[in-house]
Ligand binder design. Structure first.
Ligand code: GDP
Length: 346
């Protein structure tokens, strides 16, 4: 969706000087007459709007950055990689410029993992998201450069949009003197539009990053209302909140291929939200883990998720959680589609 703002800009620097003319027949006069007649050429709006992809291997801080920018939780964060499966979209509007952030999970997928349906899906989704963006924010973790960072860089090889490299988690950097030479060496890997050291966690340089992104977006009308921060449905946010709580409760025991489906999302006459969430796992053993002894674990998950939902939706919430075993869903394209993992942006 890149426009060429220059197309509609009147050349000013080398235009002939008509100041001594009587005005009739000059371009200025003509423009004035047309405008008076209401047939003026539509000038481009002085607002800007564009798609911005946030890319990087798992755990570098993409969700944390997104949440910080949006000032509200719309994507989940966790210490475990691979937590954001959907293409989360966040919208940030500031001083006439609207950034529509698209997440690209799957961009880091290695060659050997490509055969699983879910990985194929994620890989395609990532490539698709990159094709149509106006700027890319590529995040790496401090002064490390891993194989997966290299994979992301290679996937960006054909991207025409400016790529801004972010070196995140600098608050964690023990020896700060290593930073300057590191930043300099990164420019050799690609002609980055900018390289910005940042801390998504405490907010350092997020303004600088936004400034660098916003000035590169094309002129255009805003796609969303200026106070909108996501186009995700409340249902989707509810399922993400349940996933997050499961992750926090289970840590390393988390069944990697667990998904959450919201079966009911209804407000009753008194304004209470009734939400039913079905958690699907692959094995009986995983179901047991999720439920815990005497149902303690699922109770905790439910309580934490409910409290956060009440904050997010500003309503009293009645939450029902169910666990079901569904073998092999992650390797079945049809099952994925039935769970809403389609290739279309939603
Ligand atoms: P994602 O997988 O790229 O979305 O990464 P997350 O945003 O989920 O972050 C992974 C982990 O890194 C979480 O525990 C975050 O709290 C942590 N994290 C993210 N950004 C920073 C940062 O700037 N500084 C520090 N110290 N931790 C961070």
């Amino acid at each position: 969706m890149s426009h060429t703002p220059e197309d509609n800009v009147t050349p000013s620097g080398d235009a002939p000087d008509h100041s001594t003319d009587n005005g009739v027949g000059t371009p200025d006069a003509l423009e004035g007459m047309l405008a008076a007649a209401g047939v003026s050429d539509q000038p481009l709006p002085d607002t800007r709007c564009g798609f911005v992809a946030i890319v990087g291997r798992p755990n570098v801080g993409k969700s944390t950055l997104m949440n910080h920018i949006l000032g509200q939780k719309v994507s989940i964060t966790s210490r475990r990689p691979q937590t954001t499966r959907h293409q989360v979209m966040g919208i940030h509007t500031e001083e006439g410029t609207q950034c529509v952030f698209v997440d690209t999970p799957g961009i880091h997928i290695m060659q050997r993992d490509r055969n699983k349906a879910i990985n194929r899906f994620m890989n395609q989704a990532a490539t698709q998201a990159l094709r149509d963006v106006d700027a890319v924010v590529f995040i790496v973790d401090r002064t490390r450069w891993m194989e997966e960072d290299q994979i992301v860089l290679e996937k960006l090889a054909h991207v025409k949009a400016p790529v801004i490299l972010v070196v995140n988690k600098i608050d964690w950097l023990k020896d700060k003197t290593t930073l300057a030479p590191w930043l300099q060496s990164l420019q050799e890997r690609r002609d980055f539009a900018a390289i910005i050291p940042m801390s998504a966690k405490n907010g350092t340089n997020i303004d600088l990053l936004l400034e660098n992104v916003m000035k590169r977006l094309p002129q255009g009308e805003h796609m969303f209302a200026d106070d909108q921060i996501t186009n995700k449905s409340s249902r989707f946010l509810a399922s993400e909140l349940v996933r997050e709580k499961v992750m926090r409760q289970l840590g390393d025991e988390l069944p990697y291929q667990m998904t959450v489906e919201i079966e009911e999302f209804k407000t009753d006459q008194r304004g209470t939200l009734h939400i039913s969430a079905l958690m699907m796992v692959e094995r009986q053993g995983q179901k047991k883990i999720l439920i815990g002894e005497n149902g303690e674990r699922i109770k905790n998950i439910g309580r934490e998720a409910r409290l956060e939902m009440e904050r997010a939706f500003d309503a009293k919430v009645m939450l029902n959680l169910w666990v079901k075993v569904k073998r092999g869903w992650s390797d079945d394209e049809r099952a994925l589609k039935s769970l809403g993992y389609t290739h279309d942006k939603d």
